[in-house]
Write a protein that binds this ligand. Sequence first.
Ligand SMILES: *Cc1c(COP(=O)(O)O)cnc(C)c1O
Length: 393
Amino acid sequence: MKDSLSYILNHLGEERSKYFNAVSPPIIQTSNFVFDSFDQFRNAIANEDRSHIYTRGNNPTVQILRKKVAALEKTEDALAFASGSGAIAAAVMTFIRSGDHVVCVDNPYSWTKTLFNMVLPKFGVSVTYVDGRSLSNIESAIRPQTKILYLESPNTATFALQDLNECAKLAKKHEIMTMIDNSYCSPIYQNPSDYGIDLVLHSGTKYLNGHSDVVCGFVCGSHAHVKQIFQFATMTMGNILGPAEAALVLRGLRTLDLRVHRSHMTTLEVVAYLKSHPAVDSVLYPWDESFAQFELAKQQMKGAGGLFSIILDTDNREKIEQFCEALNTFLFAVSWGGHESLILPFCSLLDIPGHPDPEVPVNLIRFYIGLEDADYLIQDLKQAFEATFPSLS
Ligand SMILES: *Cc1c(COP(=O)(O)O)cnc(C)c1O
């Protein structure tokens, strides 16, 4: 009961008798908390990550959210941050020091890559990228100095997976800490802690909040790991989530399960349509039988949500641009996980001064399927194909 999704999303962490039996938790809009006695104060300081002293450390509204996200990921504790990237940087920076080495899978989230390529080298930390689809690639990249194995399974461009069970075993053998960006699956479709992954990271901006109105991030792990991150990063860098944002994310979480399932189901229909269209060369979606790692996806994920890519049957950038601009209901934007369907043609990121070119084929277009009806979306795709590829439609 207490670990059921219904309990977590509707009740866990909520102490209604403390706030007039209100159903919805209040926004405790305070920076500071007062004490009645020396003893009370000293006890609070001794457990700063869980008590209420100062909102940079903890806040009751944020704490409800931390408890729910930790329970969703089946970990002992969780910390909330002002963004997913903030959460990732806090987790990584806590556990490395000068001279250390990180093994990271290919194609991580762009700002994770910048953390590894631009920020960490300033502090004497190096990184090796590997194609994580094969365990032997990961194993051969490990050095005596390797401290972190950083995973993203699936990633959000090509959706390459890693075998989480095998990665965790390998890392334990070499005494390396494992971290995974689990934003793609959300805790609804994958719980990496089931496989022994140490830290589970989220951009809560995506599915967890789900309404495209908050930027936030989470780190989930054991009490001991969370306490270290709290002391090293939360309290010093201070990139915390405020109580007003936390209340919005709590509201978003109520429908997490509904939204993620709906997005997955609609995606299956849209993917089936796209696969049948002659202008589409292939579809990259972990939950499709044509996906090279479909078996692994079924083994360690429960579903795949609404993010996938197509490879158009042309590498003419003008045609790709024309197709994307012909779409009306799909909005052209970064990010994903909200109610609204999106497209991101990766060729739009080519040749921008000061910006690295994406490492994916020029004709790859990423789709995110939101909460609209499948037919409504498919109608829009049909008319955009007809307008752009009349001979194929
Ligand atoms: C968006 C995203 C991030 C970064 O999260 P922010 O909340 O935007 O800082 C990290 N990883 C993945 C997979 C993402 O999609």
